[in-house]
Design a protein around this ligand. Structure first.
Ligand code: FBP
Length: 335
């Protein structure tokens, strides 16, 4: 018989026992419950996607000019449904919606999310992610709904689907990993601290792009890649899940030397508010760090556009510091 899980070992029990006031209010618990319910629902659809024929293209193109998968749309609708039902969300920003999504003006939180990260893995039912960042409105009513920098988030998390893992970071309260049990509860929080010992470190990046990176980054890779293992799944949530567990660094550098200049991405590929800032927040609470192509902390970047992109170097501090020295020598990238 499976061991009885104590309430304190569930996400709700864990949060209620939390020292940080804004993580144990019933408002925050209701929001977290909505995000967890959305993730479970998305995982169900993903697990049954092939049989139900939901793993193909939807025929539409999103704000980024990318083909939208059916599963992207399903995950989007599921998430919006639960955020609306929570009644706690003022507005949401999603990779799958051009505009900011107004939800409940009397809400308390802003939610920035990628409902299904790693779309290229969908047709193969390989790991994808549901990623989110949460910011809280200014309760002193000076609220102007401005876009929040990562350092203003009070929480960020990612579900790696369909692995049944949930990694949750809480402002000034660490990064915790939960696993799903046979009752479909995320339980047994384990505090995640990114390993300091380089023995287990890994590098993760799309090696096919390496000659499109700046010369300085290419040189850094040549000087360091033989020291560490190399792993790349092609979904940020899944690759970063490994980086937090084994240490090392995940990077998606700016593309500045592409043979076809139209395919250069000097601002990087990943989206700041619901991809780069989410993993940077989780990494910082686990003792790591993250910078962009100019070497500045990702969490300090004040977004000007909900879908703004950012290059990303995230992981163990010594490695991020090492590439930051190289990046800061480079000519500043024009924003
Ligand atoms: P989507 O959210 O549109 O899937 O894009 C983001 C992403 O798939 C990340 O998950 C992943 O790290 C990266 O793009 C993979 O890009 P590439 O295929 O260029 O390596």
């Amino acid at each position: 018989m499976p061991e009885k899980i104590q309430f304190e070992e569930t996400v709700m029990g864990f949060l209620l026992n939390h020292q940080e006031r804004h993580h144990r209010t019933h408002h925050f618990l209701i929001l977290m419950d909505a995000l967890i319910s959305a993730a479970k629902h998305i995982e169900h659809y993903y697990l049954t996607g092939t049989l139900k024929g939901n793993v193909g293209l939807s025929g539409s193109v999103n704000v980024h000019g990318e083909d939208v998968m059916q599963m992207d749309q399903i995950a989007q609708e599921i998430t919006i449904h639960y955020l609306r039902a929570s009644g706690r969300v003022i507005h949401a920003i999603s990779e799958e919606s051009d505009k900011i999504i107004p939800i409940n003006p009397d809400g308390r939180y802003f939610v920035y999310f990628d409902p299904l990260d790693g779309s290229s893995n969908v047709p193969h039912s390989l790991p994808v992610g549901f990623m989110f960042g949460v910011a809280k409105k200014d309760l002193d009513d000076r609220e102007d709904n401005h876009l929040r920098a990562g350092k203003e988030y009070i929480a960020a998390g990612m579900f790696v689907i369909p692995t049944g893992t949930f990694t949750l970071a809480l402002k000034d309260a660490g990064t915790w990993r939960f696993h799903i049990d046979e009752t479909m509860e995320f339980v047994r929080p384990t505090q995640m601290m990114i390993p300091e010992n380089p023995k287990s470190w890994e590098l993760s990046f799309n090696s096919a792009n390496r000659y499109t990176y700046s010369e300085r980054v290419q040189t850094w890779i040549e000087q360091n890649e033989t020291k560490y293992a190399f792993r790349y799944i092609g979904a940020l949530a899944a690759d970063f899940h490994r980086t937090i567990s084994n240490g090392g660094m995940f990077m998606y550098p700016a593309i500045v030397n592409h043979p076809d200049p139209r395919r250069n991405r000097p601002q990087g590929k990943l989206r700041l508010m619901y991809e780069a800032a989410v993993v940077s927040f989780i990494c910082q609470e686990a003792g790591g760090s993250a910078v962009d192509e100019t070497g500045i902390p990702v969490l300090d970047i004040q977004p000007k556009d909900p879908h703004q992109r950012s290059a990303l170097y995230v992981g163990s501090k010594p490695l991020v510091d090492s590439i930051t020295q190289v990046l800061m020598l480079a000519k500043p990238v024009v924003r």
